[in-house]
Write a protein that binds this ligand. Structure first.
Ligand code: TRP
Ligand code: ZN
Length: 888
């Protein structure tokens, strides 16, 4: 007898089960009739049997969810209702005799009731769509998988007064009036695309227009659509778009391929933005920016995300993914391209430091927890759960390592071949690696293990020097910890970029090392580490140097190098490689802070901050020859995530106590230097200057301000309170973030004024919600509960939910209070949210997955809440997957 599976255990989808589609779709004719109570969708697909399909095809099987199906016709002939069956997931239609036919389906959906924000839904009075990954199946029954690529013609019909703007992918071909005050517009997208790139928008929108001339001389109209009254907030996004278009031509020879490129900003959106062909849809937080309402960091984010979505036009749209296991093919590569664009536009060193900071604080923990997966996962329950730091950020690191192995020119050759081979198709990660290998005549088969193996490798390096033979030996070892489903790991190809620095601070020449690759230079060697243990021999080294290891963070690994503190401070002062200079400072600070956490845990008094760290920070503060952006980064201490990651068991309270004490000590001991640097840079540029230099100098000033406030002098708190009354959002937010950690009336006053000033501006009010939920001060629990009944709280708007819940769960010391009320708060929210918006709920659930990293009391409380969520009736499969894997 067959084992009975519980009816509600969701199906696991496996990469090895991939089979080609039974039917292909050449064209789709889609008609969306947008009526007040429901939308009628009529879809005619020109289908034909796939010559590559396996086996007998007895039915057409289409994905179809959250809809009522009215009629099904083949070649214009209505099928009797016994000829098809819809079970709420799938529409099965008896296979027609013909090999090619037109299938027409009429169905009805309710966008007004769609709280999932997937498929067709309403946002702030407008209709919009979100189809990636599998939202198209909630609009019309379809073979909703990325290897089915079709040419779409879309007609929208709607009330003309309420929805004067009707948009879809491609070019507008006809439009006109209909009876009863309605109108229509038809759009044609000439490029075959997978269904996840379909988009449609209807609304009463403002528009900002511009144009771009491609390098072959074609003029492209650019339009950004926003809610009425927001038009003045689009300038930065438009400039970023034009720079991205130019960059892709210059860096990769890739031109835009339609006459029109549109972006629509919406207020209700599950993630950052979406690369729909010719019609990107953005979370308005990633488009709208002016100096009064957006910080410099917001400006950078808008620029990066606009670029990211634009770059998808080639890496994602023209060449898409064969199946969702290949997601990193487009996401890892596009993140890499976005990072390179920002590096070329601003500061390469500072971009790298920021990317590494994020990778370590968010991807490394994911790779070390119960949700760890390779950049190309082997299985999933809900694909939306795999838009992760691993697929995106580690995926970008894997692409970057290929560049390290083949060099910049080799990488460009590989990209050219990849585009030449796969343009217009749905490709795999293997295809990408093959193109890189073939274009360069190298073998990347060993390297390919990165696609299948999860976990952050540990790279150990020890050095021995023999003065007699003047030989230096680096002994390099690698190992990768076990992850769920992968107990035993194989060695990977790890490009190790390194240099050697002599006692005078000069770089040693590194000619003649065996096996160097890529753009190795006279003083930086790149050696691929492929074995569990490997030796690198350098000749003609008379005196023992200090090694500068993992330059530019040449691989996403944890480096264990046994350098003593003196070596770290030496590298901090002398290394030519900005990343290693920064990282050495971070490692030294981390070491000192960890030993203080240990001391406090043993019951000792808090040790004083190491004077060498104070000296190093002083030098950074005072060295005007250093770039301001680098100085700001080097002055920042490791965060609570960094300290937690380095501990066996995360000591939540100890970490907080040491961070607070260290910041306070730095603020007091460096006060004069901090004040003078603050004064020099806080007003050096007008707030409307968004040059790299102006943003860097403001950042440096604001890092100084945060230490000054931590130092606690009333004059310095007053300085921040005054800055909080300025008009530039960068200044205001920096002051508020600093004040947010001090129990002083100035904090209350500044927060209340901010709330009052921005009560009707949702994107700015989100910042206030985050500040309230993010403070380390003890009253935060009462505040967070009160935020849920704030008149402006809205469980239906993801940005607001994230502002409260996301900020609170990142607030390590308060979220993880030992009494468990933080955990209970999150579980209550998730149970409420998971039915309404499963995708957002599953993301917000992730902090609970890390329960094994805490002490027994906190572990028990987190487990209890996970079990409570698991027991929720009708649990969505998104949350089910996160919770069940966390408890496994
Ligand atoms: N493809 C989008 C990007 O990386 C991300 C994305 C996937 C997305 N699914 C989504 C965005 C759902 C919003 C909603 O650029
Ligand atoms: Zn993307």
């Amino acid at each position: 007898m067959e084992a009975r599976v519980a009816v509600d255990t969701p199906t696991v989808i496996r990469r090895e089960d991939y089979t080609p589609p039974d039917y292909l779709v050449d064209t789709v004719n889609l008609d969306l009739d947008l009526m007040p109570s429901e939308t009628t969708v009529t879809a005619t697909s020109a289908m034909r049997l796939n010559p590559d399909s396996k086996g007998n095809v007895s039915s057409i099987s289409l994905s179809a969810q959250h809809m009522e199906i009215d009629t099904v016709s083949v070649d214009g002939v209505l099928l009797p209702s016994q000829a098809w069956r819809h079970d709420g997931e799938t529409l099965e239609i008896g296979a027609p005799e013909a090999e090619a036919f037109d299938l027409t389906i009429v169905s009805r959906i309710k966008p007004h009731e769609n709280t999932r924000l997937e498929g067709l839904y309403m946002s702030g009075g407008m209709y919009c769509t979100q189809c990636e990954a599998e939202g198209f199946r909630t609009i019309t029954p379809f073979p909703d998988r990325p290897d089915v690529m079709a040419i779409y013609t879309t007609t929208l019909r709607a009330d003309k007064a309420l929805f004067p703007i009707l948009l879809s992918n491609g070019n507008p071909t006809s439009a006109g009036d209909l009876p009863d005050g309605r109108h229509f517009a038809t759009w044609d997208d000439p490029w075959p695309k997978p269904s996840y790139l379909f988009a449609a928008v209807a609304g009463d929108l403002g528009v900002v227009e511009d144009s771009f001339t491609t390098r072959s001389g074609r003029e492209v109209a650019l339009r950004i659509y926003v809610e009425l009254g927001e038009e003045h907030l689009c300038g930065h996004a438009m400039e970023s778009l034009k720079r991205s278009m130019r960059w892709d031509e210059e860096a990769y020879g890739l031109e835009y391929d339609l006459d029109l490129f549109m972006i629509v900003a919406v207020s209700h959106f599950n993630m950052g933005a979406m690369e729909n062909k010719g019609l990107n849809i953005f979370n308005s937080s990633c488009i709208l920016a002016d100096p009064e309402t957006a910080t410099d960091a917001d400006f950078r984010r808008v620029e990066a995300i606009v670029a990211h979505e634009y770059f998808h036009n080639w890496t994602g749209n023209r060449i898409t993914c064969r199946d969702w296991f290949q997601l990193s093919l487009k996401e890892g590569l596009t993140v890499y391209r976005e990072q390179e664009f920002v590096s070329d536009t601003h500061s390469r060193a500072v971009q790298r430091i920021g990317d590494v900071r994020m990778l370590r604080s968010a991807q490394f923990p994911e790779d070390a927890g119960p949700l760890a997966h390779p950049i190309r996962p082997e299985s999933y329950i809900e694909i939306n759960n795999f838009y992760t730091m691993t697929v995106y950020e580690k995926g970008a690191e894997v692409v970057r390592m290929i560049r390290a192995l083949v060099g910049v020119d080799g990488f460009r050759k590989g990209m050219d071949l990849y585009v030449q081979r796969h343009d217009g198709t749905a490709a795999t990660c293997d295809d990408f690696v093959s193109a890189m290998a073939d274009a360069n005549g190298v073998d990347l088969s060993h390297f390919q293990r990165w696609y299948g193996q999860a976990g952050t490798p540990v790279l150990t390096v020890s050095m021995s020097h023999d003065p007699g033979s003047e030989t230096l030996t680096l002994t390099v070892g690698q190992s990768t910890p076990a992850t769920p489903g992968q107990p035993d790991k194989q060695p990977l190809t790890i490009p190790l970029a390194f240099g050697l620095i002599d006692r005078n601070g000069d770089e040693l020449p590194l000619e003649g090392i065996d096996g160097t690759v890529g753009d190795s230079s006279a003083t930086t060697a790149i050696v691929p580490i492929t074995e569990t243990e490997q030796k690198i021999i350098v000749e003609n080294v008379p005196n023992a140097p200090v090694p500068s290891l993992l330059r530019g963070f040449s691989a996403p690994v944890t480096l264990k190098a046994e350098l003593d503190d003196d070596a770290l401070y030496f590298l901090m002062a002398h290394d030519r490689d900005a990343f290693v200079r920064w990282d050495s400072g971070q490692t030294a600070a981390l070491r000192m802070m960890l030993s203080s956490v240990d001391a406090v845990a043993r019951g000792e008094v808090m040790p004083a901050v190491d004077p060498r760290l104070i000296n190093a920070l002083t030098r950074t503060l005072e060295d005007a020859s250093l770039d301001a952006a680098f100085r700001a980064e080097a002055l920042r201490l490791p965060g609570s995530a960094d300290l937690g990651r380095a501990m066996e068991v995360i000591d939540v309270d100890g970490i907080d106590a040491v961070q607070t004490a260290t910041r306070r000590a730095v603020g007091r001991q460096l006060r004069d230097g901090l004040l003078s640097t603050y004064k020099t840079f806080s007003t050096a540029h007008p707030a409307t200057d968004f040059s790299t230099e102006a943003m860097a100098e403001r950042d440096l000033a604001n890092v100084c301000l945060s230490y000054l406030v931590a130092g606690g002098e009333p004059d310095d708190i007053a300085l921040a309170a005054a800055q909080a009354r300025e008009t530039s959002m960068t200044a205001v937010m920096a002051a508020l973030v600093a004040l947010n950690e001090v129990d002083d009336p100035a904090r209350q006053t500044a927060l209340a004024a901010f709330e009052n000033r921005w009560i009707d501006t949702p994107l700015v009010l989100d910042k206030w919600f985050s500040l309230k939920a993010g403070t380390g001060l003890p009253r935060v629990h009462e505040d967070v509960l009160a935020l849920l009944s704030h008149p402006k709280f809205d469980m239906g708007r993801p940005n607001r939910v994230r502002a409260v819940v996301g900020a609170f769960s990142r607030n390590q010391v308060r979220f993880h209070e030992a009494d468990g009320r933080g955990h209970r708060f999150l579980a209550d929210i998730l149970i409420d949210l998971q039915g309404r918006n499963p995708q957002v709920a599953a993301r917000l659930a992730q902090p609970l997955a890390r329960w094994r990293r805490f002490d027994p009391i906190r572990q028990a409380s987190m487990r209890k809440e996970l079990e409570r969520i698991a027991a929720t009736p009708d649990l969505s499969k998104d949350v089910y997957e996160v919770v069940s894997k966390s408890l496994a």
